[in-house]
Design a protein around this ligand. Structure first.
Ligand code: FAD
Length: 409
């Protein structure tokens, strides 16, 4: 089954891949098959083939939030780190929906303005035809009976009145719908103006799923766009960042993302989800809640035009703070999520677990929220240590820690 897939999809792949190379904790067994698509087309066709052959798969970005078990992974992994186009997008592109609306409205107005006259002509034509037909039948019947002539005349008059009423009604209706369409056109023109104003104040970046978050942040700086400074030190990819709603120093992906293009795995369609439809909340998104249903293909960010020197200062400030507070050894960042504002690192530190280790995995001395790979740790060491931390914190504070990191299973 897998062999067939390898030959049909034409996407780069590797067999029996060392998990340590795919996770920033640098541990784990082997993955039997990893695909590395490089374009949207490749992602869509690969996922289509997997879906049609009922083969499950897991997406990997930079692996900076993912632990690979020591037993490896026997399913199919699709690693998106080489799908990494990045460019400036123009306001028109990001306002595509508005543009489509405008075109549709224009077309509707034109049609509606044409249609009533045609309809009326058509109605009048039918009316004339009716009159002609009726007159003819009156003439035919004239010899038979004067009474029936009168009756036909009466019917003819009635038909004429009904037809006139219908014409009046449809003219009124057409008038109303033209008015609605004109109103809509007005709203769309307003939207167009709004977009033009936005284009002056904002810049837009379109980044494919595999673009690294630091690269995205640097690209924004190169273009003097402000809003992504906080991403400079988060080592994941755009896809993983959107899935996790990654954030730091008060910034969050969900606050700067305009919309994203995603592949709906079930239908094979590429759809555009607006920010609200991605349902971002603290380190969470719809993609996490409905895992396996979507592949994030590309994210569009709306960023304020700013001053490059100020943007750089802010990035340097965040970099400095990170270097002072976070370990350099391999790890997966914060292992646990905050719960109702409670910071796990503080609890872990207070519980006296800083520096505590199991095998090669240790609670960082610098930041108690991080488990580091201090000396050849296995993934089992990591898992045992995280479970130990959870047990101790629960015992001491009655708080159940929840993992931010994921395990590829
Ligand atoms: C040193 C260090 C510091 C860190 N600091 C921070 C920090 O300050 N703030 C923060 O939020 N995080 C931080 N992290 C964690 C991590 O970098 C983020 O969670 C990041 O968003 C993960 O991205 P990734 O591409 O590596 O995801 P991966 O680990 O590859 O994947 C994580 C999840 O996302 C899913 N996924 C990935 N790409 C896609 C896609 N295209 N479509 C659908 N699903 C996808 C995967 O299936 C998986 O379930 C840190 C990590 C490290 C190692």
């Amino acid at each position: 089954m897998k062999k067939d897939i390898l030959t049909t999809v034409g996407v780069k792949f590797a067999l029996n891949v060392d998990g340590a190379g795919l996770s920033s904790f640098k541990s784990g067994g082997r993955l039997s098959l990893v695909f590395y698509p490089e374009t949207e087309k490749q992602v869509v066709s690969l996922v289509g083939v997997l879906r049609n052959t009922h083969i499950g798969f897991r997406i990997l970005g930079g692996g900076t939030n993912t632990l690979i078990p020591d037993g490896g992974y026997d399913g199919i992994a699709v690693c998106l780190k080489y799908f990494k186009g990045i460019r400036l997008a123009d306001a028109d592109e990001t306002g595509e929906n508005h543009r489509l609306n405008i075109e549709k409205v224009k077309e509707n107005v034109e049609n509606a303005e044409k249609t009533p006259i045609e309809n009326r002509k058509f109605d009048a034509g039918i009316l004339r035809e009716n009159v002609e037909e009726s007159t003819e039948s009156v003439e035919k019947n004239a010899g038979i009976s004067r009474e029936s002539v009168e009756k036909n005349g009466e019917t003819l008059r009635k038909n004429t009145v009904i037809s006139r009423k219908n014409i009046a009604k449809s003219t009124e209706k057409d008038g109303k719908s033209i008015e609605t369409l004109r109103k809509n056109a007005g709203i769309s023109r307003e939207n167009e103006k709004f977009n033009a104003e936005r284009a002056k104040k904002y810049g837009f970046i379109a980044a494919d799923a595999g673009v690294s978050l630091p690269k995205l942040s640097a690209f924004a700086l190169e273009n003097s766009l402000s809003g992504l400074e906080f991403l400079g030190g988060i080592p994941g990819t755009v896809g993983g960042g959107v899935y996790m709603n990654a954030g730091a120093y008060g910034g969050e992906i969900g606050r700067v993302l305009e919309f994203c293009d995603v592949l709906e795995v079930g239908s094979g369609r590429v759809i555009r989800l607006k920010n609200g439809e991605s349902e971002f909340s603290y380190r969470s998104s719809v993609f996490q809640r409905r895992v396996g249903e979507y592949v994030v293909l590309r994210a569009y960010f709306a960023l304020e035009c700013g001053d490059a020197a100020k943007i750089k200062d802010k990035m340097n400030e965040f970099k400095k703070r990170r270097a002072e507070s976070q370990p350099k050894e391999p790890g997966l960042g914060s292992v646990f999520k905050r719960i109702d504002g409670v910071i796990p690192a503080i609890l872990i530190d207070k519980a006296g677990l800083k520096g505590y280790n199991i095998g090669g995995a240790a609670v960082s001395d610098k930041h108690a929220g991080f488990i580091i790979n201090s000396r050849g740790a296995s993934s089992s060491d990591f898992i045992a240590l995280k479970e130990r931390i959870k047990a101790v914190v629960y015992e001491k504070y009655g708080i159940k820690l929840v993992e931010e990191i994921e395990i590829l299973e």
